[in-house]
Design a protein around this ligand. Structure first.
Ligand code: SAM
Length: 282
């Protein structure tokens, strides 16, 4: 078995296949040998577990997942990487590569077809241009998954893992907390990738709730309130919600007071319970 995280091996394989990196597809491949084993271990990949990976690259993380999990399905959009992956991971019979855009896939169906009787986790070094849409798709599709362990830009990691109700938090923090318990696991320097991106990264883990603790008749209302509250985050929540949703200020004022929320507060001061209470009355 070749050690794929060895930079000499990676350069030799990519050179032989005439591969050139696509910036547009967020292709920054991991070359730090300690990162992938650590990510795979912390993701929960193991006996009786199926793993979904997004973006195989040349397979450096995929290999670590295949060594640990019962089954791995890796979704890779770039068809130029298929012959490379055939060479690097061809020996693993517990691996399926799907050549598609993750945003187009029915992941509930994929889980049903590929992971019968297994616990399922997601583990990926995400392409940075679609970090938030991918995370929100994984959560909003209400997939039968236990946890999501992903590498993202350090700033995004800090935002996602911030406390709701603090300056560091944002709409994505509240959205992620609705479905899961986020945790920042460890930082990864820009030099751990080829080509090196401009900023550092971090690995986060979202422990997905089987049922959200914030029960609502219509979850969509929660997201409507969160988005409207943060739409103009420097303004008061009264002004931000009324202008975003096109509602009379007087109406929104009453709604906020009934929900126990100070209309002059900014969105970043609101807690999960505040957003839920407003959504219930909307
Ligand atoms: N896992 C590899 C590693 O750690 O070295 C590659 C990670 S690289 C940051 C992101 C990978 O995602 C690239 O291989 C890229 O081609 C792939 N990718 C980009 N957009 C995608 C999409 N919409 N669906 C599936 N894969 C995508």
């Amino acid at each position: 078995m070749k050690r794929l995280s060895d930079i000499g091996t990676i350069k030799e394989i990519l050179g032989r296949h005439g591969f050139s990196f696509s910036k547009g597809l967020g292709q920054n491949f991991l070359i730090n040998p300690s990162v992938c084993p650590r990510m795979a271990e912390l993701s929960g990949a193991g006996e009786g577990v199926g793993v979904i990976e997004i973006g195989a690259g040349i397979g450096v993380l995929t290999q670590e997942l295949c060594e640990r999990a019962d089954r791995v399905v890796s979704i890779e959009i770039d068809k130029r990487l298929l012959p490379v992956l055939d060479e690097t991971l061809g020996e693993y019979d517990n691996l399926t590569i799907i050549n598609d855009d993750v945003m187009n896939l029915d992941l509930n169906r994929l889980i049903e077809e590929e992971f019968t009787g297994m616990d399922v986790v997601v583990c990926a070094n995400l392409p940075y241009y679609i970090t938030s849409p991918v995370i929100m798709k994984l959560l909003e599709d209400r997939l039968r998954i236990k946890a999501i362990t992903v590498m993202v830009q350090k700033e995004a990691a800090q935002r996602i893992c911030a406390e709701v109700g603090t300056r560091e938090g944002g709409a994505v923090t509240a959205a992620v907390n609705f479905y899961s318990k986020p945790e920042l696991l460890f930082n990864v320097s820009a030099g751990s990738f080829m080509p090196a991106p401009k900023v550092d990264s971090a690995v986060i883990r979202l422990e997905v709730y089987s049922e959200s603790p914030y029960s609502l008749d219509d979850d969509k209302k929660f997201f409507t309130v969160v988005k409207a509250s943060f739409a103009q985050r420097r303004k008061t929540v009264l002004n931000s919600i009324s202008s975003s949703l096109g509602l009379e200020k007087q109406v929104v004022n009453g709604l906020l007071l009934d929900s126990g929320v100070d209309p002059r507060a900014r969105a970043e001061k609101l807690t999960m319970d505040d957003f839920v209470n407003i959504a219930r009355r909307l």
